[in-house]
Design a protein around this ligand. Structure first.
Ligand SMILES: C[S@@+](CC[C@H](N)C(=O)[O-])C[C@H]1O[C@@H](n2cnc3c(N)ncnc32)[C@H](O)[C@@H]1O
Length: 205
């Protein structure tokens, strides 16, 4: 199992693991004319690049990550960037927000953990979205064809569109893609990768 605290501690000395710029899919989502979220929950926000970007665009952001070291680093970088993000170090295997809390968007970007925990995180996101709220995810895909491949070797950690379809029953799918993108995100995400990108709306908006 990956020791994320150690990874973030080492990365602080050697450079950002996933870069300081926000993930491209997060940036593209923010640029959509129909994306009007004012609040966002970032699940597995790591050292905070995506939550920080959203906060810099005036969203009120809550972020959760397993790594206390990554979360401390994220808070320091938020302060340097002049933004405020509510950051919580917690395991998505058992984290629960207050039952009344709702967000207009939930981002799940490269959460690397077992399918069971990912399923719990997605179902939690679904319950805590406002009506019409956005669920947005990107992660390394189950290998669908021979070719460029990056990300964890263990298939339990990999994403598929059909999992999101099943876990987000009743959501209106806006994008559900599996394909190859060139990642240029820090030291760890460099090169062609097979990824899933998924965006869907909770009903009732
Ligand atoms: C590949 S990093 C991505 C970080 C961030 N989303 C980004 O794109 O820069 C994976 C993140 O998942 C977090 N993570 C792994 N298992 C988790 C769990 N059970 N609960 C919460 N976070 C978890 C790790 O701490 C790490 O920050």
């Amino acid at each position: 199992m990956v020791n994320w605290d150690k990874r973030y501690a080492d990365a602080e000395a050697s450079g950002a693991m996933f870069g300081r710029a926000a993930n491209n899919y997060v940036v593209q989502t923010m640029a959509r004319g129909d994306f009007r979220a004012k609040t966002a929950l970032c699940l597995a926000d790591g050292d905070g690049r995506n939550g920080r970007f959203l906060a810099s665009r005036e969203l009120a952001v809550t972020a959760v990550d397993l790594s206390a070291v990554g979360t401390d680093l994220a808070l320091r970088l938020d302060t340097e960037a002049g933004v405020k993000v509510e950051r919580i170090a917690a395991d998505l295997a058992d984290w629960k927000p207050d039952c009344e809390r709702r967000w207009d968007a939930v981002f799940l970007i490269y959460l690397h953990c077992s399918r069971a925990v990912r399923r719990r995180a997605v179902e939690l996101a679904a319950r805590h979205l406002t009506p019409g709220g956005w669920f947005i995810a990107e992660g390394f895909a189950m290998r669908v064809y021979d070719g460029p491949h990056m990300g964890p070797p263990d298939s339990d950690l990999l994403y598929s569109v059909s999992d999101f379809d099943a876990w987000l029953g009743g959501f209106e799918v806006m994008e559900a893609l599996t394909g190859v993108v060139r990642l240029q995100e820090g030291a760890k995400h460099q090169g062609l990768a097979q990824v899933v990108r998924y965006a869907a709306l909770r009903s009732g908006g």
